[in-house]
Design a protein around this ligand. Structure first.
Ligand code: 13P
Length: 250
């Protein structure tokens, strides 16, 4: 069985990385995290400190990156600007980027292409809104989001997908393990239909994941890990989740 993957998304929250990692490590105690890959997606201004404070085995990610390498894009950040920070990669196309900053499916695909070209990992987020789910459009929305990615996705370990139903994000209303599994299985079949070997691309679930629901989610055959917002802001809670995820390797 492959290692599970657990990625914190700190979003636009001011944390003190040294204090966070001290508390995270203390909460882990003697627990071994050898069976789980841990990552932290930090705001830009915390990336350098997070990279310096986090144990080397943990990945540090940006939350967004521009699809061009340089140019007149005031307020944006590119890979050449991030590379001196020695981070592992970036979240791409998070629903909050798509919803509030109008990122398009093609733009997200361009971000992934540049991310891979420059040797970094891209965690691409996809998912439907509540209105889309209620209208029975979940799979057509996912098809539209995934299609531009198909020529770019590789199974080299540099691509991760995160299914984050928008209605479950920050609402406390996680998808049930059955709901999440249904969509994860569909995504793996969709990728397979397009020539990408089943399970070649790890598929995370995101949306109100926490230490109470993580185990049941990870028990599902096509859920390879979780992308965690709110619960990851509490280092003790996130350490609990890491311990739960690590137990799946044994
Ligand atoms: P919550 O865990 O707060 O629902 O956020 C999920 C998310 O958006 C992670 O990227």
């Amino acid at each position: 069985m492959a290692d599970k993957i657990l990625v914190a998304n700190w979003k636009m929250n001011l944390l003190e990385p040294q204090a966070y990692f001290n508390a995270f490590t203390a909460a882990l105690g003697q627990s071994s995290l050898s069976g789980v890959k841990i990552g932290f997606a930090a705001p830009y201004t915390l990336l350098a400190t997070a990279r310096a404070c986090a144990p080397a085995a943990y990945a540090v990610y940006a939350q967004n990156v521009h699809e061009r390498e340089s140019g007149a894009f005031t307020g944006e950040i590119s890979w050449p600007l991030l590379e001196p920070l020695a981070i592992s990669g970036s979240l791409l196309g998070h629903s909050e980027r798509r919803q509030f900053f109008h990122e398009t499916h093609d733009q997200v695909a361009q971000k992934l292409a540049l991310t891979l070209q420059r040797g970094h990992c891209g965690i691409v987020c996809i998912g439907e809104t509540l209105a889309q789910r209620e209208a029975g459009e979940t799979f057509s929305v996912l098809t539209a989001q995934l299609t531009p990615l198909l020529p770019i996705l590789t199974s080299t370990g540099a691509c991760i997908l995160a299914y984050e139903p928008v209605w479950a994000i920050g609402t406390g209303l996680s998808a049930t393990p059955t709901q999440a599994q249904e969509v994860h299985a569909w995504i793996q079949s969709f990728l397979e239909t397009h020539g990408i070997r089943r399970n070649a691309i790890p598929l995370l679930y995101g949306g109100s994941a926490n230490s109470a629901n993580l185990e049941a989610l990870l028990q599902q055959p096509d859920i390879d890990g979780a992308l965690v917002g709110g619960a990851s802001l509490q280092p003790v809670e996130f350490a609990k989740m890491a311990t739960i995820a690590a137990a799946f390797r044994k």
